[in-house]
Structure formats: structure tokens, C-alpha cells
Design a protein around this ligand. Structure first.
Ligand code: DHB
Length: 398
């Protein structure tokens, strides 16, 4: 690096301008805590990245109460339940009746757009399009982010607290020496094939279905755009599938005596999504703290990823705010343990939802029938349904 590089000093340096990094930046700025965010991607690329679409009630409250803007409430759709389908029959899980809560259908890229707009509106310092980002000096009082600005000039950010909110491929996490962290994970023998299609909704609520041909999820985006997924081989080539093949595969997974028909229309995006459960412990190294996918990945079944990231941010914000106001590091010191308690609950729920709804190709008839027995238990027990409803809509925040 040349000696002419620009140096900025701030209290909190955040790597990653996804929903986690930007939400943290927004909350810190509102509390008068100076911060800078750096991301390798450009703003339009993040806005175009399609991810999950379900927000827990606590995530909606965080977005609306913290003054991001009201779009989540005006343009999101409240869902009071889901349809759990197996053996070709639908079973409604009525969240509102079971636990008195709902979720909102509001896609992650819209959350990003709202947060990026709010940072711009409020004068936030967000450096998109950075390259060669590296983090240094985590265990000193002045950790640093070094990178090349989008205009090609070298830059350095000196901070008191460094936050790695840079996603599942996190450079921050990978900068933690191997002996200082544990990586626990499981792989699954399947992935999701996801599509976006121009079509009207096929059902009023989301359908999670377990069929003899494997899992499918019939989700939505709007009155005219739908999001759907089906379990596929992780090695599948998304572009190799024709629209007719995709629709046939989705349809046969929802087929049943009730004659449910999917509303078809032009598919304008198709991709294979990775599937993994992963946790890094602790979610801290020196004065660097990990948040969101940088610290953990959940499989998408149950839509916990973004919600968990926002839950981390909330805990981390309170810890940094307390440090800023009182000088006490107590909440920073307990951040990892506090966050990990929720992370492991979400890991457990996502794993359970994945296992009851997917089928493994090598599953024996016994395993297949046992899984249906478990689904029947959920469909016939108010207690079991409450477990699902409480986990899906989101546990209260500590
Ligand atoms: C969506 C994704 C999920 O993983 C899920 O559980 C529910 C909805 C979605 O993209 O709409």
C-alpha cells in the first residue's frame, strides 16, 4: 500500500453492507455513534440479489420502529399462517390462533433497498464497490480495515470496534486464526432449485410440502410475481432445466386429491441455492465481532437467516451502545454467548423443518414412513403446532 492512502478514524468499522451491516450502521448513527461501512459489491448488485422473503414480527418491528421507513408495513404482506402439505393434503398452521403472532412477506432485497436509502438519507458513510478488503489488528485497541476504494485509491479505516457482517464467505471470519475459533457444520445431500415467475399466487399462504418426489415451497412476492423452490441435487445445473420441466416438477410435488393446481407463467430467474448448517464459535475475536451469515448459516427451510442476522445486530448494537455510553465492555464480552443461544435454537428449528419436509434419496421405506408420522404428529397436535408457530414467527428478544 502506498503511503498516500486515505485514513479515516471512526468508532465502529463495519465490513458488509447487507441488511445486517446496514441495520447496525443505522442504529449506531441514530445513537450518535460514528461508523463507516465497507462492501466489496456495488449497491445495485446487492439490490438485485434475491434471497428469502419472510420476516419475523420482531424483524418488522425493528425496521419500522427504528425509523428506516414504513415500506415494510405498507408494501409487505402479513401472513397469519402457512400450509403444511403432505400425502397430498393440506394442513393449515394458524400462527395467529396458536401463538398470537404473524410474519410478513417482504423480500430481503427490499429490506436492503430500504436500509441503503435510509443510510443515504441520513448521511451515512457507506463505501460500496471496495476491493482487496482486509482486516488487521483485531486484538489491539485500534483494529483496521484496509481496502481499495471504488475509484482505485487505497484507504484505511481505524476503529475501536470492528464488525464482520460480510456474509457466509466472510473475510472477517477467515481472518480469525484457526486455533481461535471452532467451525461446526453439517452438509445436506440436497439443495433448493429456486425460481421467480410472472404469475398470480397459487394459494393465499405459503405452502411447504413434503411429497414422495421431495420437498417444494410455494412462496410469493406480489400479486403478479411468485417465488417457488423445490428440493434438487446440489450438483444440479440451474440453466439446464426448461420451464416445462420446472413446472412439472413443482406440480407433481403438490399434486393431491384436492386437485391443487399451480398458476404458471414466464420464469424470469432460476438458480440453485446452497444448503448448509454452520456456526462459528465464538462470534468474536479480540475487538472484532461477527454478525449474521458471517458467523452462521442456516438452511433456508423456515426462513431464519435474515431474521437471525437482525437478531445479532440488535444484541450487538446494545453492547456497543452500552460501551459508548458507560465505557463498560460487559455486554461486548457477553455478545457471543448471548447471540449464540438464539443461533443454536434457530439451527435446531431450521434443521427440524428441513428434516421433516425433505426426503433423502437413500431413505428406507421405514425412514420415509417415520417422517410422515412426524408430520402427522404436527398436523394433529396443537402443542406441536405451537412449537412450529412460535419458532417460525420468532422467539421474543432477551
Ligand atoms: C421464502 C424462503 C424461505 O426459505 C422460506 O422458508 C419461506 C419463504 C421466500 O423466498 O419467499
Amino acid at each position: 500500500m502506498s503511503s498516500a492512502h486515505r485514513i479515516d478514524t471512526t468508532r465502529v468499522g463495519i465490513v458488509g453492507a447487507g441488511p445486517a451491516g446496514l441495520m447496525l450502521s443505522h442504529l449506531l448513527s441514530k445513537s450518535g455513534i460514528d461508523n463507516i461501512v465497507v462492501d466489496n459489491r456495488d449497491r445495485d448488485a446487492i439490490a438485485r440479489t434475491h434471497r428469502a422473503g419472510i420476516l419475523e414480527h420482531g424483524s418488522v418491528k425493528l425496521l419500522s420502529d427504528s425509523g428506516v421507513n414504513g415500506r415494510v408495513l405498507s408494501e409487505g404482506h402479513r401472513h397469519d399462517g402457512i400450509d403444511l402439505r403432505f400425502g397430498g393434503e393440506s394442513h393449515r398452521i394458524d400462527f395467529l390462533d396458536l401463538v398470537g403472532e404473524s410474519v410478513w412477506l417482504y423480500p430481503q432485497n427490499e429490506v436492503f433497498i430500504d436500509l441503503a436509502d435510509a443510510r443515504e438519507r441520513d448521511g451515512g458513510d457507506v463505501r460500496f464497490g471496495a476491493t482487496d478488503t482486509v482486516v488487521h489488528d483485531h486484538t489491539t485497541r485500534t483494529p483496521k480495515i484496509r481496502f481499495t476504494e471504488s475509484d482505485g485509491s487505497p484507504a484505511e479505516i481505524r476503529c475501536e470496534i470492528l464488525v464482520g457482517a460480510d456474509g457466509s464467505q466472510s473475510i472477517c471470519r477467515r481472518s480469525i486464526p484457526a486455533g481461535e475459533r471452532s467451525d461446526d457444520f453439517i452438509e445436506y445431500p440436497f439443495a433448493w432449485f429456486g425460481i421467480l415467475a410472472q404469475a398470480p399466487p397459487s394459494a393465499p399462504e405459503l405452502i411447504y410440502t413434503n411429497s414422495e418426489h421431495g420437498f417444494a415451497l410455494i412462496s410469493q412476492r406480489s400479486e403478479t410475481v411468485q417465488r417457488m423452490y423445490f428440493q434438487c441435487d446440489p450438483a444440479a445445473d440451474a440453466s439446464a432445466w426448461t420451464a416445462d420441466e420446472i413446472w412439472a416438477e413443482l406440480q407433481r410435488r403438490v399434486d393431491g386429491p384436492d386437485g391443487l393446481r399451480l398458476q404458471r407463467g414466464p420464469i424470469f430467474e432460476q438458480m440453485v441455492l446452497p444448503f448448509r448448517s454452520y456456526v462459528c464459535e465464538p462470534m468474536r475475536y479480540g475487538n472484532m465481532f461477527l454478525a449474521g451469515d458471517a458467523g452462521h448459516t442456516v438452511p433456508p427451510t423456515g426462513a431464519k437467516g435474515l431474521n437471525l442476522a437482525l437478531a445479532d445486530v440488535r444484541i450487538l448494537f446494545e453492547a456497543i451502545d452500552s460501551f459508548h455510553r458507560t465505557g463498560s465492555r460487559a455486554l461486548l464480552d457477553s455478545y457471543s454467548d448471548t447471540a449464540l443461544r438464539r443461533v443454536w435454537r434457530a439451527q435446531s428449528f431450521s434443521y427440524w423443518m428441513t428434516n421433516i419436509l425433505h426426503s433423502r434419496q437413500d431413505a428406507s421405506p421405514f425412514e420415509r414412513k417415520r417422517a410422515l408420522g412426524e408430520l402427522a404428529t404436527v398436523a394433529n397436535s396443537r402443542y406441536a403446532q405451537q412449537h412450529l408457530a412460535e419458532s417460525y414467527t420468532g422467539w421474543p428478544h432477551a
